[in-house]
Design a protein around this ligand. Structure first.
Ligand code: FMN
Ligand code: SF4
Length: 457
């Protein structure tokens, strides 16, 4: 049974056959030139093509949150590869909001290193784009909330109690909620980080609102009582929208946007973007209202995601193999989840015609991703195409596509989840399959550490 859920496609005809068997729509087209078109953004900036590197933590910062040489290497490779928009990974705005002691955390003390990271990435981009339009660089600002682990052990900072997620983390009703006063102050920390991002040379910042980290959890805080941040949509979206507006007003040199979870796949009232009649069906009415508000604030584009990487990762990152402890979802084929993601993106894009929405969910398609991406763009179901794991695995993919008209199937991500596993095992993350010298070793060491821990437990 498990093998039937694994990628076994040899040709696009096989893809058509599987899609028809599963009754899903996966359009594709041979001509991928549409992916290399430049894209003007509202506000005057232009992207030199449609490729986006999704934010991906490497967990290779030093304890003060300063990027290491491995981080410089990751971003250099993305830029040399030809992505038009590089969305830098989750970067903590306060130390207690780090999800890992090796997560990026930018502060006045390490600003020069972030400036150097931006400069090094920009210089690498010139290898692909020459002196033409340059890639844009966005920094994702985060507070990990429920998943905070600043010193390596969990110190959850939750916005509400969730009957779904609390038991997983063994949280009881005694676990305190973050207070409104804390959230008020935190808004200012985001603004301060946006100032630092400007000083480092980033083009934009993202008030991260996905994957159930703090701002994403606030969006689903229907049952947060007696709070300016809970209950009505106005209250639940308050943190995101007020913070974005403050950044726009106080740091106008950078644009502000978000990566928004538009479908949590967690039952109401603990999920956002879910139908009250059945949480496996999206209800995008509230996410669309939030997007409308963000557009009014001046966001020039929007990234989005679905699901929760710890709880139900199959929605947002369809895979052949999950990381350890994550059950294989045998009810749905990864291609169904891929199609589901495309459908959500289409609905967001159609409701926001002419506004650049960044899509995702292409990874499981491997070498067949570009013809599918091209067809989705041609149909106006999406404007920009974001790649996560395949950017780790195959940063030169865009360059190969431009030169040869196709991805090289020997280089693509095989959705084995080893990069996620490295992260869960406390290592420095990258592709254990295609970048094996560095990350194959990280994977093995991480597994050995986890084994030793289990053995001594
Ligand atoms: C190791 C790893 C780290 C990630 N870090 C982030 C992050 O910092 N911010 C974020 O929004 N998503 C993060 N993601 C999610 C990816 O951006 C992306 O949504 C996910 O991998 C699915 O896209 P894909 O199928 O193209 O890989 C991470 C994913 C992985 C595997
Ligand atoms: S380890 Fe490499 S091949 Fe496996 S999922 Fe991660 S990026 Fe893809």
């Amino acid at each position: 049974m498990e093998n039937a859920l694994r990628f076994g496609l040899k040709t696009l005809a096989d893809l058509d056959h599987l899609a028809s068997k599963l009754a899903v729509s996966i359009p594709h087209q041979e001509d991928v030139s549409v992916l290399f078109e430049s894209v003007p953004l509202p506000g005057g900036l232009t992207l030199p093509n449609r490729f986006v590197v999704h934010p991906m933590e490497g967990f290779d910062a030093d304890p003060s949150g300063t990027p290491s040489e491995l981080a410089f290497r990751r971003y250099r490779r993305y830029a040399e590869g030809g992505a038009a928009l590089i969305w830098f990974e989750a970067t903590a705005v306060v130390p207690e909001g780090r999800s890992n002691p090796a997560q990026f955390w930018m502060h006045a003390g390490n600003l020069p290193e972030y400036r150097r990271l931006v400069e090094s990435t920009r210089a690498a981009g010139r290898a692909f784009f020459g002196d033409g339009p340059r890639p844009l660089l966005v920094l994702q600002l985060t507070h990990s909330g429920r998943y905070s682990k600043p010193e390596g052990t969990p110190v959850p900072m939750i916005a509400h109690h969730s009957a779904v997620l609390d038991p997983i983390h063994k949280l009881t009703l005694d676990t305190p909620l973050v207070t409104d006063e804390y959230l008020d102050r935190l808004q200012d920390a985001y603004v301060a980080s946006a100032r630092l991002a400007r000083d480092a040379g980033f083009d934009g910042v993202d008030v991260k609102a996905c994957h159930r980290y703090l701002v994403s959890e606030l969006l689903a805080s229907h049952h947060r009582e007696n709070s300016r941040y809970g209950g009505s949509l106005e209250n639940r979206a308050r943190f995101l929208l007020e913070t974005a507006a403050k950044i726009r007003d106080r740091v106008p040199e950078v644009f502000v946007t978000t990566r928004l979870n538009v479908f949590d796949a967690i039952p109401y009232p603990w999920g956002f973007g879910v139908s009250r009649d059945g949480f496996l069906s999206p209800d995008l009415s509230e996410p669309l209202q939030v997007i409308e508000a963000l557009r009014k604030i001046g966001a020039p584009l929007l990234n989005h995601s679905i699901g929760n990487p710890y709880y139900n990762p199959h929605w947002g990152r369809p895979y052949d193999q999950p990381s350890v402890g994550v059950p294989v979802d045998r009810d749905r084929h990864p291609l169904q989840n891929t199609a589901h993601y495309f459908d959500i993106t289409r609905r967001l894009q159609e409701a926001n015609a002419g506004f650049p929405i960044i899509g995702g969910g292409y990874g499981w398609l491997r070498e067949f991703a570009p013809p599918v991406m091209a067809a989705l763009v041609a149909k106006k179901w999406v404007t920009l195409v974001g790649q996560g794991r395949n950017s780790f695995a195959y940063p030169e993919g865009i360059r190969d596509l431009r030169a040869q008209g196709a991805f090289d199937k020997r280089k693509v991500c095989i959705t084995c989840s080893r990069c996620t596993q490295i992260m869960r095992d406390g290592g420095r993350t990258g592709c254990a399959i295609r970048d094996v010298e560095i990350y194959g070793k990280e994977y093995k060491e991480g597994r050995a550490r986890a084994g030793a821990k289990t053995a001594s437990a």
